[in-house]
Structure formats: structure tokens, C-alpha cells
Design a protein around this ligand. Structure first.
Ligand code: ASP
Length: 422
């Protein structure tokens, strides 16, 4: 698979900077209506393109992810433990992200008028969702609503939790029927998934122009002040990632293994560097496996199951970033997220991270699904896209650190079990 070139992200950054400059000048010389009428539509087109592929991308990749859990069943005990470990650490990562974003409030500080205006200009869908959130169904009904009455209608409406529910059930069913029947279906969706990822790459070619257009219009209308919170946002994501490593991973390694922390981090450093520089946990996979086997003493049997599965379904860094980004964008738009909306973020971002492929920038695409589920305007993505590359590098590094932590923990549990049995 061809990964987007690094230069693309430099172009996006240039798009952002030019957008800021044109926005400021436009604001000063009074050509904001021109920007809004003639420039902003390019940005809107970009956002629509991203929205276009979310449903098929998430459906196909979740379906394949679940169907690949067939091996999990075969591996019985290890498989169950691994999936449990992955889901728990991911949920924990999002909780850290949400906690920090609520505590440090990176998106606050804009005036009430700016926020209201933003919502009027960019958030018509959001306003509708807020309306329906006011007459929100009970918790019981919210849970019942996850079960789609008609999955085709859920897809047409973009009801993400219903789509996810159906994809999971479909994937599980595929593991239960004979291989000659399930094989072609899985292959078909593998093709769909591959094509969707290719579309992501094509859409990303337009990203610099989309970002330019959206930022020029937004700064033209609201002034440069709207970018202030962006630095704080990046800072919160990075702090969250560091805390997740320090709190979650080191604690797990200390409790479950005899490996010294220094040896662990030294052992996986090459893999971390590859993940950081390529922004891709899939690209780093061969090195991650080698590091786990040669430097950390994980058996080939354990590493060859846990690490590829992790590179596909375990994305703690991505999930944490999605938690922070969702709260950040909501704060920028002056929306208050209720506890149940935040719990929905934990659920959706955990599932979105299963549905995200380990390639550059995909976390940003599946973020739209998290935003959509809680009714946050997708246009907010324009604000964070300019800094996405650097955060993608950091989160990919955390993603493979999480996979490696799981590998050493499960490997030592297995060793202890074998020793006890002898
Ligand atoms: N680039 C990330 C990874 O490969 C996924 C993402 O968050 O975009 O792990």
C-alpha cells in the first residue's frame, strides 16, 4: 500500500499558514464576503469528501477486524486476554484525554459572540443535534437505539453506533460460518477497505487547498484570535500521550512483568522511532516484532499473534487524541458536552480506533465518526488539521508502545503459567 508522502503534510501546513495570512488581510481590507462566497466552498467540499467515505471505511474495516478475530477464538485464552487488554487500555487512554481536555479547557477563551457565530455559520447540523439532545431519550433508550431496526437506513443516516453494532455482529457471524462461505465476503470487504484507504489518499491531495479555504474564511470572519487555542490543544494531546505511557504502560509492566522499565523502553526504541517518523503503526510492525522478540524476549508465537492484531485494532494514542479533539472542537464552538455524550465518546472512539487502519492520518478520518455521533460540527477538523501531522507521529509511537506493552505482559503471564504447570 502506498502511504501519503511526508511532503503532503508540509503542504497542509503551508495551506494553513497562507490561509491565516489571507484571512487576516481579508479581514483588514473587508473582502470577507468574497472569502465566504468564493473560497470557503472549497473547504466545504473537502469536509464533504471526508464525510463521504466514513461510513464505508468504518464498516469495511470493522467487519474485517472482527472477522480476523477468528484467530482470537482459535488462540482461546491468549486471544481473549489480548482483546480485553487492548479494549481496556484504549478506553483508559480516552478517559485520560477527556479528563485533561475538561481540566485544561484548550478550546475555551473565545468570546460568546464568536462561539455563537461559529455555531450559526458552521454548525447547523450541530444545532439540530443539540435540539434533539435537549429532548434526549433515557439511558435505556439510548442503549436500545444502538441496535438498528434497519442497518441500511442507519448507513443512509450515518448513525455510527448502529453501523458499528451491525458491523460487529456481521463480522462475528462470518467467523461462525464455513470458510468457503465467509471467505469471499471477507475478501470483498478487504477490497472495499483497500479502495477506501486509497480514496483517503486521494482526498488528502486536496487537503492543503481545503485547509487553506476553511482557515482563510474562518480567520477572515473571526480574526486571528481563533487560532490561539490550537497550541494549547496540541499541548494537551502530547501531555495526555506522555501520561498514558507513564501511568498505564509502566504500571502494567511493573505489575505483570519482571522487565526493567529502562530495558523495555530501550528495547522498543527502534520501533518507536519508525512509528514516529512514518506516522504508521503498520509500517513499524516488522520492527516492532523484531524488537519484541530480540530485545524483550517475547516468543515468536506470542508476538506474531499479538503485534499484528495490535497494529490493526489497538490504537491508544489515536483514541486519546480523538477524545481531546472532540472536547476541544466542542469547546471552540461553545458546546457543553454532557456526561452521557462523553461516555459516548469513550465508546465510539474505542470502536473507531479498532476501525482505524495503522496508516498516516486515518485517525483524523475516523474522528469525524466520533464528532458525528455526539453532534459536534465536522468543520472543526479544519482547525486541527494543520497540526495533525506532528500529533499523528506522536500518537503512532504511543500506538506501538501499547502493542508492545501487551506483548510483554501476555508473554510473562504465559511464562508464569507454564512454570506453574511444570
Ligand atoms: N497513524 C496512526 C497509526 O498508524 C493512526 C492514526 O491515528 O492516524 O497508528
Amino acid at each position: 500500500m502506498k502511504l501519503p508522502k511526508i511532503e503532503l503534510y508540509t503542504k497542509i501546513l503551508i495551506g494553513l499558514i497562507l490561509g491565516v495570512i489571507v484571512g487576516i488581510i481579508g479581514n483588514k481590507i473587508g473582502i470577507v464576503p468574497f472569502l465566504v462566497v468564493y473560497v470557503k466552498p472549497f473547504g466545504t467540499a473537502f469536509i464533504r469528501l471526508i464525510s463521504m467515505i466514513v461510513v464505508p471505511l468504518v464498516f469495511a474495516s470493522l467487519l474485517i477486524g472482527t472477522a480476523s478475530l477468528d484467530d482470537v477464538r482459535k488462540l482461546g485464552r491468549i486471544g481473549g486476554k489480548t482483546v480485553f487488554f487492548y479494549l481496556c487500555t484504549t478506553a483508559f487512554a480516552i478517559i485520560i484525554g477527556l479528563f485533561l481536555a475538561n481540566l485544561m479547557k484548550p478550546g475555551e477563551g473565545l468570546s460568546k459572540e464568536t462561539q455563537e457565530q461559529l455555531l450559526v455559520n458552521y454548525g447547523n447540523e450541530a444545532a439540530l443535534k443539540i435540539d434533539s439532545a435537549l429532548n434526549k431519550p433515557s439511558l435505556g433508550n439510548t442503549i436500545l437505539n444502538i441496535i438498528p431496526k434497519n442497518p441500511i437506513k442507519s448507513m443512509a443516516d450515518g448513525a455510527m453506533l448502529q453501523i458499528i453494532f451491525f458491523a460487529l455482529i456481521f463480522g462475528i457471524a462470518l467467523t461462525l460460518i464455513p470458510k468457503d462461505k465467509s471467505g469471499p465476503v471477507i475478501q470483498f470487504f478487504e477490497g472495499v477497505n483497500e479502495a477506501m484507504i486509497q480514496i483517503v489518499h486521494i482526498i488528502m491531495i486536496f487537503a492543503p487547498y481545503g485547509v487553506f479555504a476553511l482557515i482563510a474564511a474562518i480567520i477572515g470572519e473571526f480574526g486571528i484570535g481563533i487560532l490561539g487555542p490550537l497550541l494549547k490543544y496540541s499541548f494537551v494531546v502530547i501531555i495526555g500521550l506522555v501520561l498514558h505511557i507513564i501511568i498505564t504502560y509502566t504500571t502494567l509492566i511493573k505489575i505483570f512483568t519482571n522487565i526493567k522499565l529502562r530495558d523495555f523502553f530501550k528495547g522498543i526504541r527502534p520501533a518507536q522511532l519508525i512509528a514516529f517518523s512514518s506516522s504508521s503503526s503498520s509500517a513499524a510492525l516488522p520492527v516492532t516484532m523484531e524488537c519484541a522478540e530480540n530485545n524483550l524476549g517475547v516468543s515468536k508465537e506470542v508476538s506474531s499473534f499479538i503485534l499484528p492484531l495490535g497494529a490493526t485494532i489497538n490504537m491508544d494514542g489515536t483514541a486519546l487524541y480523538q477524545g481531546v479533539a472532540a472536547v476541544f472542537i466542542a469547546q471552540v464552538f461553545g458546546m457543553d458536552l454532557t456526561i452521557s455524550q462523553q461516555l459516548t465518546i469513550v465508546l465510539t472512539a474505542t470502536l473507531a480506533s479498532i476501525g482505524a487502519a495503522g496508516v498516516p492520518g486515518v485517525g483524523m478520518i475516523t474522528l469525524t465518526m466520533v464528532l458525528k455521533t455526539v453532534g459536534i460540527p465536522l468543520e472543526g477538523i479544519a482547525l486541527i488539521l494543520g497540526v495533525d501531522r506532528i500529533l499523528d507521529m506522536c500518537r503512532s509511537m504511543v500506538n506501538i508502545t501499547g502493542d508492545s506493552t501487551c506483548a510483554v505482559v501476555i508473554a510473562s503471564m504465559e511464562k508464569k503459567r507454564i512454570n506453574n504447570e511444570q
